[in-house]
Every structure is written in structure tokens, then in C-alpha cells.
Design a protein around this ligand. Structure first.
Ligand SMILES: NC(=O)c1ccc[n+]([C@@H]2O[C@H](COP(=O)([O-])OP(=O)(O)OC[C@H]3O[C@@H](n4cnc5c(N)ncnc54)[C@H](OP(=O)(O)O)[C@@H]3O)[C@@H](O)[C@H]2O)c1
Length: 274
């Protein structure tokens, strides 16, 4: 099975903090010695990472806000491909989370709803579209990879964050379809499905609502999450539900990917018959 060990150059969008940062450093430490490009809005975080871990020149940084307009986003992706022609893997860890209560509709901030949808889904499907011609070309000679990071909340929602869960359900569904659609082009779509994990996600986006304090007793420590995820990435798993997400996955998702493969075969047969 193609795995993270086959990647020569990986871009991790959303790696100035949390899961993306931690996976970036673990991937950088792989014996296969890939180039790792860290990416996010906060330049000082990118500079710190390169200063602390960029000794042998394999850690690079690209500053990017994924909410910029579509033309600028496409130009940024084209620049990245031009700068790193060996790029064969892209991981999307950028994400934000808001909590909202639709039983009090006057409190719903639709700007938050739209920005959550933009960061967690629209920007990712856009970037995938812009990267794909390059990744398909790479796939002609060696495997290439797309890594999405959905959530156990994309499988079954938590009522306190309805829109966040919907964005993750969308990303989960997209990951399943792309896994099947791109298989024959040697582009491997891998979905990481985390449980509640120690990170800044809750601190930053539950401002004043005690997210980090509320969760700190129950979340999976980041180091534990990273180690468990790396085992699966190195093994070449295509769906990686970690910790409590594995239980939810087993209950609601098992057999789904195989079902989608069967639907593809059915659609092809039907098309041939016409
Ligand atoms: N932690 C959890 O419990 C958990 C559980 C399930 C799934 N997830 C998912 O895992 C992924 C990583 O989350 P995390 O927990 O590591 O959160 P985090 O610590 O808050 O990190 C989020 C990352 O996203 C980047 N980001 C946010 N908005 C961006 C933008 N407009 N443009 C570019 N980058 C942007 C941030 O970088 P800058 O601010 O520097 O731009 C940061 O590097 C997310 O997709 C999240 O939904 C997390």
C-alpha cells in the first residue's frame, strides 16, 4: 500500500498549531526524509517552526490565508507548485470551530456560519481542485496523496456545534467520493478522523465560553493522537479514525467505502448499457 513513507514533499495547510503542526514535525522526522512545507496565516509561527526545526533545509514555510478570493487562492497554489515541483502530497489541517444555538436564532451569527463553511470545506475543495492536475501528473510515475482531516463529529454531530459538524460531514463525504474517483490515477485520498484532541481549536473559537477548560480533562493528548495517527499513515490506511472516533466509525461507517466502490461499478455498468 502506498503510504506517507512514499512522499518526497508534503504541504500541510494549517500547520502553525495543533494537529497540523504536530503531524508536520512527525512527518519531518520520518526516515524517508521528505521535504515538509508548513503553512498558515501566522508568519511568526511559521518563522519559529523553521528556526527551531529547519536545520537541514527540509522544512519550508508558506504563508497563506485560505479565505482569500478564488483567483488569488489559485495563484497561490500555482506558486507553490512552481516553487516545489516535487510536491506529491497535500494535507488539509486548516479548520475553525464556532458553537451556536439555533433554538435562539437571534444569537446566530451568519458571518461565522459562512466563514466556518469557507475555511472547513469550500477552501479545501477549491485547493484540491487547483492541486489535482499536478497530483494526477505526479501519479503517472509514483503515488501522490491528498490527506483530509474531518472529525468524529462529521460522522455523528454534537448538537452544540451544528454548522461545524455539517462542514465536517461534507468533508467526510467528499473524501469518500474522491478516494474512489482518483484511485485509478494513483492519487490516494486518505481521511484522518480525529476525536476530541488537545489543540487551540477550542481556545480560539469558543472565546469567553470556556472551551479549552471544559475539554482539557477529556480530550486526547496531542502527542498520543499524533503517535496513533502516524502508525496508520505509515501503514497506508485510507481512513484513519483515532481513539473514540474509532468506536463511532465502527458503529456508523464500517463498510461504507466498499459500498461506494460498488456504486461506482454499478454506475459504470449502467453507463455502458446506454
Ligand atoms: N482538536 C480537535 O478536537 C479536533 C477534532 C476533530 C477534528 N479536528 C480538525 O483538525 C484540524 C486541525 O485542528 P486543530 O485542533 O489542530 O486546531 P488549531 O490548533 O486551532 O489549528 C488550526 C490550524 O488551522 C489554521 N487556519 C485556520 N484558519 C485558517 C485560514 N483562514 N487560513 C489558513 N490556515 C488557517 C491555523 O493557522 P493560522 O491561524 O496561523 O492561520 C492553524 O494552524 C481542523 O480541521 C479541525 O477541524 C480537530
Amino acid at each position: 500500500m502506498p503510504s506517507i513513507n512514499d512522499s518526497k514533499c508534503i504541504l500541510i495547510v494549517g500547520s502553525t498549531a495543533g494537529i497540523g503542526r504536530s503531524l508536520a514535525l512527525s512527518i519531518l522526522a520520518l526516515p524517508s526524509k521528505p521535504t515538509v512545507i508548513v503553512c498558515g496565516r501566522r508568519k511568526e509561527r511559521l518563522d519559529e517552526l523553521v528556526a527551531a526545526h529547519g536545520g537541514d533545509g527540509r522544512l519550508k514555510a508558506v504563508q497563506l490565508d485560505v479565505t482569500i478570493d478564488r483567483t488569488s487562492l489559485k495563484a497561490s497554489i500555482d506558486d507553490i507548485i512552481e516553487q516545489f515541483p516535487e510536491l506529491d502530497a497535500v494535507m488539509f489541517s486548516s479548520g475553525i470551530q464556532h458553537i451556536s444555538d439555533f433554538s435562539e436564532p437571534e444569537t446566530i451569527n451568519l458571518d461565522d456560519v459562512i466563514s466556518e463553511l469557507t475555511v472547513n470545506y469550500i477552501s479545501i475543495v477549491s485547493m484540491i481542485t487547483f492541486f489535482l492536475p499536478h497530483l494526477i501528473k505526479i501519479g503517472e510515475t509514483r503515488p501522490s496523496f491528498i490527506y483530509t482531516i474531518s472529525s468524529n463529529l462529521g460522522i455523528a454531530p454534537v448538537p452544540g456545534a451544528p454548522n461545524y459538524c455539517a462542514t465536517k460531514a461534507a468533508l467526510h463525504s467528499l473524501s469518500l467520493s474522491l478516494n474512489v474517483q482518483l484511485k485509478n490515477q494513483n492519487v490516494h485520498v486518505v481521511e484522518i478522523i480525529p476525536p476530541l484532541v488537545e489543540s487551540e481549536l477550542h481556545e480560539l473559537h469558543h472565546a469567553g465560553q470556556g472551551g479549552a477548560e471544559a475539554y482539557s480533562g477529556i480530550w486526547m493528548p496531542l502527542e498520543q493522537f499524533t503517535k496513533a495517527t502516524m502508525v496508520c499513515l505509515e501503514r497506508g490506511d485510507v481512513q484513519i479514525p483515532v481513539g473514540r472516533a474509532a468506536r463511532r466509525y465502527a458503529k456508523y461507517e464500517s463498510g461504507k467505502l466498499e459500498g461506494i466502490l460498488r456504486m461506482q461499478a454499478f454506475q459504470r455498468k449502467a453507463a455502458e448499457g446506454n
